[in-house]
Design a protein around this ligand. Structure first.
Ligand code: PEP
Ligand code: MN
Length: 400
């Protein structure tokens, strides 16, 4: 038996095999010799190797090896009062592995859009893909203002089954065509593992929305495409749940995960969701993944979007995803929060200024967009003659 301190208990397990989780199993105060033997027998029966210990007048055991049963299971043994991990829980093996590296995630076939590593990237576009001409109009506007990528929903995730559900695959083709024509990589949301192969064929990055943050088969399927994954935080998720969802993607070997804070449910009625700005610096100090903020879904009101976006960049966010629409009165989705183009342009100026304050820069595509009108059928497009060197030449697989 080891008598004394936690340090002595830690010494017992210092030579344990890597990965084994050391636990202290403390017995209830009234446990006498008979109860201690009963617990020891129960542990041996479960294949758990222990050393008896006495800590501060209490009897207990330290797990030194054997079966890796979780604390909750050992807690169920009679006369066990509590089971305490000796080392802090470290479930975020993959997200924290990149700690301190601050690598950028590149999006697009040529890595046109960068998020993190000193680059601030802005994704902008309509909530949902509707009229093709309007889509191109928005894409050109946001590109000219300095957005690094286009957004647009085609499989909309709606609270009500009676609400508009998105344009599906035809809209995806429109979005891909507009993206290529305007020269901006694009993000679009997936909500079902069955959509993933088809969407990944066209999309530069896959968005997993708040409501699907814990759709584990979807996370795995998205990760396996190797495409960058924008993972939004569920409106009621704590940070560990969010990061564990990211682990599902990272576990596939895909390291291109971008976290996105988009606001939490709260008792507040005046904003749609309560934006957790504080989580941005918290994550930046602990996790190596880029973190961006969605001020649109948080605010639910376009008049609040610029202020929330500025707060996010000032807090260290690696980018934004913003809904922009020139004629919000015509859209069937999230009209109230769509930012008019002029306000978006002003916001981008502010983002540039704020990013520069802490030595970062807005990562935007070269000023001249490749102009290569394409039909929505996605027939192959010849590379556009461009005055700039880095104009993206897209070779995305085409469909009908
Ligand atoms: C969206 O980006 O269109 C969306 C539905 O966002 P969220 O998942 O954050 O609600
Ligand atoms: Mn929306």
């Amino acid at each position: 038996m080891v008598w004394g301190s936690l340090e002595a208990a830690k010494g017992l397990v210092s030579g344990r095999p890597r990965g084994a989780r050391a636990l202290i199993i403390l017995l209830s105060l009234d446990a006498g010799p008979a109860e201690r033997s009963a617990v020891a027998e129960a542990l041996a029966g479960l294949g758990v190797t222990v050393e008896e210990i006495r800590l501060g007048g209490r009897f207990g055991f330290v797990r030194t090896g054997g079966a890796e049963l979780p604390a909750e299971s050992l807690q169920r043994i009679a006369h066990v009062e509590s089971v305490v991990p000796l080392a802090p829980r470290a479930p975020l093996a993959l997200a924290t592995r990149q700690h301190g590296v601050g690598k950028a995630v590149a999006v697009g076939e040529l890595g046109e859009a960068l998020f993190g590593g000193g680059h601030v990237g802005v994704i902008a576009g309509p909530c949902t893909v509707e009229e093709p001409a309007a889509l191109r109009d928005i894409a050109r506007t946001v590109r000219a203002a300095g957005a690094a990528a286009l957004r647009g929903g085609v499989f909309k995730v709606r609270t009500s089954p009676h609400a508009y559900q998105g344009g599906g695959l035809p809209a995806l083709r429109e979005l891909a065509a507009a993206s290529r024509e305007v020269g901006l990589p694009f993000f679009t949301e997936i909500s079902d593992p069955r959509q993933v192969p088809e969407v990944a064929e066209f999309a530069d990055a896959l968005q997993i929305g708040a409501r699907h943050m814990q759709n584990f088969p979807l996370l795995t399927e998205a990760g396996q495409t190797g495409k960058p994954v924008l993972l939004k935080r569920h409106m009621a998720a704590d940070v560990d749940e969010w990061l564990l969802a990211a682990e599902y993607v990272l576990k596939t070997g895909n390291e291109r995960v971008i976290l996105c804070e988009r606001g939490l449910k709260s008792s507040e009625r005046h904003v749609r969701y309560l934006l957790d700005v504080g989580v941005v610096p918290w994550l930046k100090q602990r996790v190596g993944l880029p973190v961006i903020v969605d001020p649109s879904h948080s605010a639910g009101d376009w008049r609040l979007v610029p202020a929330l976006a500025r707060a996010a960049i000032a807090a260290g966010a690696d980018g934004l995803i913003v809904e922009v629409h020139p004629r919000p009165e015509t859209t069937r989705c999230d009209a109230a929060q769509a930012l008019p183009p002029a306000d978006f342009e002003q916001l981008m100026d502010d983002v540039r200024t704020l990013a520069a304050l802490d030595g970062r820069r807005l990562h935007a595509p070269p000023p001249v967009a490749p102009v290569a009108p394409v039909a929505p059928s996605l027939s192959p497009v010849a590379p556009a003659a461009s005055a700039t060197t880095a104009a993206p030449v897209r070779s995305r697989k085409v469909g009908t």
